[in-house]
Design a protein around this ligand. Sequence first.
Ligand SMILES: Cc1cc2nc3c(=O)[nH]c(=O)nc-3n(C[C@H](O)[C@H](O)[C@H](O)COP(=O)(O)OP(=O)(O)OC[C@H]3O[C@@H](n4cnc5c(N)ncnc54)[C@H](O)[C@@H]3O)c2cc1C
Length: 424
Amino acid sequence: MPHIDSYYANTLVAKTDFAPLSGNIEVDVCVIGGGLAGLTTARELLKHGKSVALLEGNKIGWGASGRNGGFVSDGYAEGILNLEKKLGVAHAKALFDISREGTAYVRQNIEGFAANGQLPQQNWLNLVRHDAGDKLKQSVEKLSTVYGANYQFWPTEQVRAQLKTTRYFQGLEDKSAFHIHPLNYCIALAKDIDQNGGQICERSEARAIHKHDGHFKIETAGGMVKAGQVVLCGSAYMHDLFPKIESAVLPVATYVVTTKRMKEQLASAISFKGCISDNRRAGDYYRLIEDGDRLLWGGRITTQKSEPRALSGLLRRDIEAIYPQLAGLEIDKAWSGLMGYCTHKMPVLAELEPGIWTATATGGHGLNTTAAIGIVAAEAIAGKSDRYKHFAPFKAQWAGGPVGRLATQFAYWGMQIQDYWDER
Ligand SMILES: Cc1cc2nc3c(=O)[nH]c(=O)nc-3n(C[C@H](O)[C@H](O)[C@H](O)COP(=O)(O)OP(=O)(O)OC[C@H]3O[C@@H](n4cnc5c(N)ncnc54)[C@H](O)[C@@H]3O)c2cc1C
């Protein structure tokens, strides 16, 4: 399938077409899935001297990686203080440092070989929608001193000087965050892999993995890859290939819209140029794009796989509820995507059985974590480090099938009610 009709697909700077797999090839490692997790793993494996084939069922960046909000920041979908409670400070800090490596990797790339089509803006302001008093300030101090996070506390007056709405109170500014054009970044990674001898095959769904003595044969419609090792990076879009990981990854849908050009109206509401979000469980996330001409706005989550018919109307109303001065705004593009979540909200980076690895389930915090787990997975497969063991507590556990999906949906609704009460 082609890329969905999104703002990103319409502003691609380099159109690429990698031929489907045809016939039989042999490589050290076969990576399945051409999102950021698969692309980073493949690129890093090449650097370690491995020969690599990457199979993508649709187009490079077709899944969540080419559709997301574009916010890159340290950390994981699970909060670092929750990780600390479960694992202790030292382990939580080791994981946080790996996540920071992912952020730095993306930054280095978009300032280097992947700069084309990027207009990165710095920093991320995460806001509370009820008066949190000193609570946020205390978290900022702890995360900065213990974890070395580059966070700064914003009092309510400072927030409201930049964002003309009474809906927000205090904020946390993350100074190592930035935003990118994620689809342009995916394509740049793919081109880099191609130029460095990796074989990328689009429209090449992996249909079956056959185990043989000491190697695997991965079957597609047009041919077969013989590989010593396999890495599964299909996230929420992988079906009927490897049930153990598919049953652990819950597909969670979220939505994004971009507005038509409205520079003056936007300037009257939003001065902050970086990423903006609120800290509700299913909060809004947004940013100005094209030098303040348009607004890119994301929000809402659901475990129902179908897309709501009135997607743009829903998000338009969400925007107007925060910024009434933007009433009457027109939506240009609206789209949705699936994030892969495990119940522990952490990525799964593991050797599921000898020779079959996975680096997946980065949830709604994938732009740095796909890079982080890609780097660490490649090191592990190349025998260069055992840092993947930091992720050992986060297993590919069965997420409960349709019942688990329903339970998660109820949990989200419960959290939304909690958010509502916090604001009251
Ligand atoms: C709307 C939206 C907004 C988001 N916003 C942000 C954000 O602002 N910041 C952030 O950090 N994270 C965000 N995320 C999360 C982030 O995008 C994901 O965590 C990340 O992109 C996941 O990357 P991935 O490579 O694991 O999976 P994907 O990008 O989903 O890629 C999986 C790929 O595997 C392919 N595939 C599946 N099965 C097979 C098979 N059998 N054979 C071949 N190919 C196969 C699919 O076609 C797909 O292209 C958002 C996600 C969404 C959906």
